[in-house]
Design a protein around this ligand. Structure first.
Ligand SMILES: Cc1cc2nc3c(=O)[nH]c(=O)nc-3n(C[C@H](O)[C@H](O)[C@H](O)COP(=O)(O)O)c2cc1C
Length: 210
């Protein structure tokens, strides 16, 4: 076992600047397959991935999202570098969403527990799969970013993609070749996260500024 997986996770920054260049179908399939390897409650695997590559379909989705979200993002305060980078990146991503070569929507149906399916288990199936996909993409040199963009235009997106009513959308992940560098993620140090043998109060300081 090599530490390449750890390195991919350590440097898996949200990539909001993506080239419009196409991504080979085989690579897209590899990324989605990595998602299928994720665990789920009782191995119920109640998740599906919609891969959107058709230009007109991407454009319809992007237009619905951008018109709903871009004005709000433009108006959001940018009190420090962290917020400026994130919100400027988000604004850029919104304005280029239609040009991203691949949009992936990770969805799920309530199928677990089998006798009385609960919505919470849908999210526990979707998120490990989505994170596997994000890390797999990084390991292949592809940039991605987790988003909840679909939430601002869900009726329009459901209609365009013909998503059945009982299917929930967990996240929308744009993917493409990165325009910016991958690099170490900015996170709270591990010693502020680990509680040794008991809960320790005041362990966590605020996340460090970027
Ligand atoms: C569940 C989830 C939802 C997110 N939604 C968005 C989003 O809607 N738009 C966006 O630009 N980034 C989104 N992100 C990305 C986070 O903003 C990003 O991971 C975080 O700021 C850390 O940045 P880094 O991954 O580059 O280190 C989301 C991340 C997660 C895990």
């Amino acid at each position: 076992m090599s530490n390449e997986v750890l390195e991919a996770m350590r440097t898996c920054r949200a990539m909001r600047h993506l080239l419009p260049d196409p991504v080979d179908d085989a690579l897209v399939t590899q990324v989605v397959e990595a998602g299928t390897w994720a665990p789920s409650p009782g191995n119920s695997q109640g998740r599906d991935v919609i891969v959107v590559r058709d230009a007109a379909t991407k454009s319809a989705i992007a237009t619905a999202i951008e018109s709903a979200l871009a004005p709000a993002v433009a108006a959001m305060e940018r009190p420090d570098r962290t917020h400026r980078l994130m919100l400027d990146g988000t604004a850029h991503l919104l304005s280029t969403l239609a040009d991203c070569p691949v949009l992936m929507l990770v969805c799920g149906r309530p199928v677990y527990p089998y006798v009385a399916p609960r919505e919470s288990f849908v999210w526990s199936s979707i998120y490990p799969a989505a994170q596997n996909m994000v890390v797999a993409a990084r390991s292949l040199g592809l940039g991605t970013v987790f988003t909840t963009f679909h939430g601002v235009a869900e009726p329009a997106i459901r209609e365009v993609l013909e998503i059945p009513d009982d299917v929930l959308i967990g996240c929308l992940i744009p993917m493409g070749w990165p325009l910016r560098q991958f690099g170490p993620v900015n996170r709270v140090p591990v010693d502020q996260v680990i509680h040794e043998d008991r809960w320790r109060g005041d362990l966590r300081s605020v996340p460090p500024a970027m």
